[in-house]
Design a protein around this ligand. Structure first.
Ligand code: B12
Ligand code: SF4
Length: 460
């Protein structure tokens, strides 16, 4: 069967960061690996936007698309395009948004919606389509126009080691273009799934019922050995949680002689408790850690149920800085922020000597406890703006002022010396484009308030 799997681009109105990172479409590579006997193509629309040509030249019988919340409208349009091209082509949507809010994909142009881990149900869909068998009754699959949806229990404890290795050969032509900042080319690998914490702005813990599902270290090493790229990102919800397992993994990587640079997620309290683990990972190539520091006040950490404290953040920062591991520091702006909060946050980032602080707005995503708490207060429900930059909640400052301070923060958080060292991380030939992109992002953030003139019409 001819199958086209599509990774959508972010919608033009969103500020979703496609300029700064494009990661390999791991979910689609997994799905493709599940149907090895079929003719599968992956179209990554962040790099190549020409769906129409691919439809006409490849003539797929089945088109699958993946979507986060920010992609919902884009993917609906994409399925409409497919149906306009050939009403007989079957369309299927899966991914994080389908998992937390499948009702959003009840659309005539979408035939099937897959909830949760996709490899097994997707394989079953393909097999039934080939046999012309009925599609009802597959665990985790909703069939358009019917009530058929069998809730899936097994996904909670899914053995992610039992899945085939992602079909990376299908992205061979694009692989040199997957990157994050200066880490280029960059591959991704999933080593675990889920999280036992309970942050109220995050739905991931719910998807595994609070379980942390892990792969065996030896299987991770076996997959790493198949990856050609020097830079590798761990596409986990949280990578370091099980320190014994991560020590074992570091030991196996060292013994295997694999030499790469790693980028992974780590909670600050895990890092604070495990300096030896970080030391071991530094020795085998840990280059960068994404840490959700989130706030500069304990009261905010408590509000979102983060379960860690400023003291953990500060200890983790110290450990990583001593080891010279980069900190990708994720900070959150609350819609309630006034001018002095922006100033305090800037002061905090500077006092902590953060080289790479990033700022997003506290975002109530469908599927989270935060969403349930504030869903009646949203100032827009246009999913194109669920990009973590557009506030979805009313701000205390006027929107214009809020975004003025937001842009100021991005623009001035790094002192000039740090800005120069930041730019030095990139190859000299890219500096012009990096500067251009930075200016563009600041300008768009500063002007984000104007987007609400159209966005609020959607709520009316
Ligand atoms: C790696 C990652 C990234 C990477 C990009 C990955 C990529 N491919 O582009 C980076 C770091 C760049 C990133 C950025 C962002 N991310 Co992110 N990211 C993740 C993370 C940690 C892992 C995703 C992954 O690769 N998992 C491994 C694959 C194999 O699993 P999977 O995606 O779940 O796929 C399986 C199933 O979902 C299903 N499936 C998936 N697609 C399809 C399609 C079909 C047809 C079928 C049948 C099945 C199916 O089958 C797959 C295989 O079993 C997830 C957390 C998570 N658990 O999802 C967050 C997550 C997806 N990210 C999230 C967010 C919010 C973002 C940002 C908006 C954050 C920001 N402030 O900028 C940006 C958006 C970037 C963009 N424009 O797309 C949220 C999305 C929430 C939401 N409701 O939309 C998540 C869930 C994290 C969270 N805490 O909530 N992200
Ligand atoms: S934000 Fe991170 S630590 Fe919190 S529940 Fe989600 S994955 Fe776990």
């Amino acid at each position: 069967m001819k199958i086209l799997l599509v990774q959508p681009a972010s919608p033009p109105g969103a500020l979703a960061g496609d300029d700064w990172f494009v990661f390999e479409p791991l979910a689609l590579e997994y799905l493709a690996a599940g149907v090895p006997d079929d003719d599968v193509r992956i179209l990554d629309m962040r790099l190549d936007g020409d769906l129409q040509t691919v439809l006409e030249t490849f003539q797929p019988e089945l088109v699958g698309a993946t979507a986060y919340t920010v992609h919902v409208n884009t993917v609906k349009r994409l399925c409409e395009t497919v149906k306009q091209w050939d009403a007989k082509a079957v369309t299927v949507v899966g991914g994080h948004h389908a998992t937390v809010a499948r009702e959003d994909f009840v659309e005539p142009a979408i035939d099937l919606t897959v909830v949760g881990e996709g490899v097994v149900p997707f394989r079953e869909i393909v097999s039934r389509l080939k046999r012309r068998a009925a599609l009802e009754g597959i665990s985790g699959v909703a069939v358009q126009g019917t009530d058929s949806f069998v809730p899936l229990e097994e996904s909670v404890t899914a053995d992610i080691d039992a899945l085939p290795l992602p079909a990376r050969r299908l992205t061979a032509a694009c692989r040199s273009r997957y990157f994050c900042d200066w880490l280029r080319p960059l591959a991704s690998i999933r080593t675990s799934k889920g999280c036992p914490y309970r942050c109220k702005f995050c739905a991931l813990w719910k998807l595994t019922c609070g379980k942390y599902v892990k792969r065996e270290p030896r299987n991770v090493v076996a997959e790493l050995a198949t990856i050609e790229e020097e830079n590798v990102f761990f596409a986990d919800d949280e990578s370091l949680l099980d320190s014994r397992r991560m020590q074992a993994l570091a030991g196996l990587i060292r013994a295997s002689g694999i030499s790469k640079r790693y980028f992974l997620y780590g909670r600050s309290d895990t890092i604070a408790r495990n300096p030896d683990l970080l030391q071991a990972w530094k020795e085998i190539g840990l280059d960068r850690v994404f840490v959700g520091l989130e706030f500069f006040r304990d009261e905010d950490l408590e509000y979102v149920g983060k379960g860690s404290k400023l003291s953990d953040n500060e200890k983790a920062i110290g450990i990583l800085q001593d080891l010279e591991i980069d900190i990708y520091a994720s900070m959150i702006l609350r819609p309630e922020f006034e001018e002095h909060h922006f100033k305090e946050l800037r002061r905090y980032c500077r006092a902590m000597r953060l080289d790479y602080p990033t700022f997003s707005v506290l975002t109530p995503l469908p599927g989270t406890d935060l969403y349930e708490e504030v869903k009646h207060d949203l100032i827009t429900d246009n999913y194109d703006y669920f990009d973590f930059i557009h506030t979805l909640l009313p701000t205390r400052l006027s929107l214009k002022e809020f975004y003025k301070h937001y842009a100021w923060l991005i623009n001035t958080v790094l002192p000039p010396r740090k800005r120069i060292s930041f730019l030095r991380r990139f190859p000299a030939k890219d500096l012009g484009s990096i500067l251009g992109r930075s200016i563009r992002v600041q300008r768009r953030v500063r002007n984000a308030w104007k987007d609400y003139e159209t966005a609020t019409e959607d709520l009316a």
